[in-house]
Design a binder for this molecule. Structure first.
Ligand code: ATP
Length: 331
């Protein structure tokens, strides 16, 4: 049993409320991404689960046991940090089994788990090297190995891929996800990168200013954002947001749902830029003071300076309250 539950968790640093009223559940074997902009409280939430911080209010339950005041060693968790935290003077093998040595796991068992972990991660040929003799991706794998070798049912990761280049990040994304599923680990993964959260997680928890703004499957957040904040954070390019014709609401339409009409139909706009991306192009348009982005395929595209009409299917419209930014129920 490795369900992780947070009930009404709060944490202050001096006057600053870093985390407020956070309620979330990661089911056993589930991959949950904590997503949000810098300073929104993601890392603090993770550190609270890891016993690196103590909450001011609320309860943390892991595997049905209240561990709010329990030390890290009693929580059944492994953690991977952004900077990997490898020991420079130890070899890869020594780094991986370090935690087991400290916990006095016997030598034969250590060797067995090391061999298994090295095989899982393709590290067999690197076991005698020092961290300084590894590439960024290899170091990342060693940090991952240290978490796997612990055989903890719950794994916490804080921006583990942020030091890697784009290509390696993409590769490691699928490796981590594949491993998490194969080993049945409950994963709580902090990132500010929506692509990472959307592609890896079963459930995304989007935070803003210490609170959970919305949580759900990636599809829930993309297709039914609860607020303009979620609408603007999830999706690239971001959802177009503009005042409704009567000015009493904010309307949102995704760039791929915007349709190009003739100049006499729909909302009149002027094309201010065309960005060619290969498989598609982005048309950047202006309608009065509003900037709208349209995702278009095909090659018969208007040119910079052209006047066009913009439209969208009714079902593609997301209405939001003008003042609170909260989603209005769709008719
Ligand atoms: P980032 O992506 O930049 O790491 P984050 O969402 O992980 O951001 P946290 O690190 O959880 O954010 O920080 C939340 C807020 O709490 C921030 O305003 C931060 O400055 C503050 N904070 C975090 N740790 C401490 C601390 N030890 N002392 C004082 N303030 C802190």
């Amino acid at each position: 049993m490795s369900r992780v539950e947070l009930h009404g968790i709060a944490k202050r640093f001096g006057d600053h409320a870093a985390v407020q009223d956070v309620n979330l559940v990661a089911e056993a074997g589930e991959f949950v991404a904590l997503l949000g902009p810098s300073g929104c409280g993601k890392s603090t939430t993770l550190r609270l689960i890891a016993a690196l911080e103590q909450p001011d209010a609320g309860r943390i339950v892991i595997g049905g046991v209240d561990v709010t005041h329990a030390p890290a060693a009693e929580r059944g968790i492994a953690m991977v940090f952004q900077n990997y935290a490898l020991f420079p003077h130890l070899t890869v093998a020594e780094n991986i089994v370090f935690g087991l040595t400290v916990r006095r796991v016997d030598k034969a068992e250590r060797a067995r788990r090391l061999a298994h972990t090295a095989e899982l991660l393709g590290l067999q040929a690197l076991l005698d090297r020092k961290p300084s003799q590894l590439s960024g991706g290899q170091r990342q794998r060693v940090a991952l190995g240290r978490a796997i070798v612990a055989q903890a049912p719950v794994c916490l990761m804080d921006e583990p891929l942020s030091n890697l280049d784009a290509q390696l990040r993409q590769q490691m994304r699928s490796e981590i996800r594949e491993l998490q599923q194969r080993l049945g680990i409950t994963m709580i993964y902090v990132t500010h990168d929506q692509t990472e959260a959307m592609t890896m997680a079963d459930r995304v928890v989007l935070m803003r200013a210490g609170r959970i703004e919305q949580q759900g499957t990636p599809q829930d957040l993309y297709e039914r954002p609860a607020s303009t904040f979620v609408a603007g954070f999830i999706g690239a390019p971001a959802m177009n947001l503009f005042p409704s014709p009567k000015g009493d609401a904010l309307w949102g339409v995704r760039p791929e749902q915007m349709r190009l009409l003739s100049a006499l139909e729909g909302m009149p706009a002027r094309v201010v830029a065309v960005e060619y991306l290969g498989a598609e192009s982005l048309l950047i348009c202006e309608a009065g003071s509003v900037r709208l982005v349209l995702r278009a395929d095909g090659h018969q595209l208007p040119r910079k300076g052209d006047t066009v009409g913009l439209g969208w299917p009714d079902a593609a419209l997301h209405p939001f309250d003008r003042d609170s930014g909260l989603r209005l129920t769709q008719p």
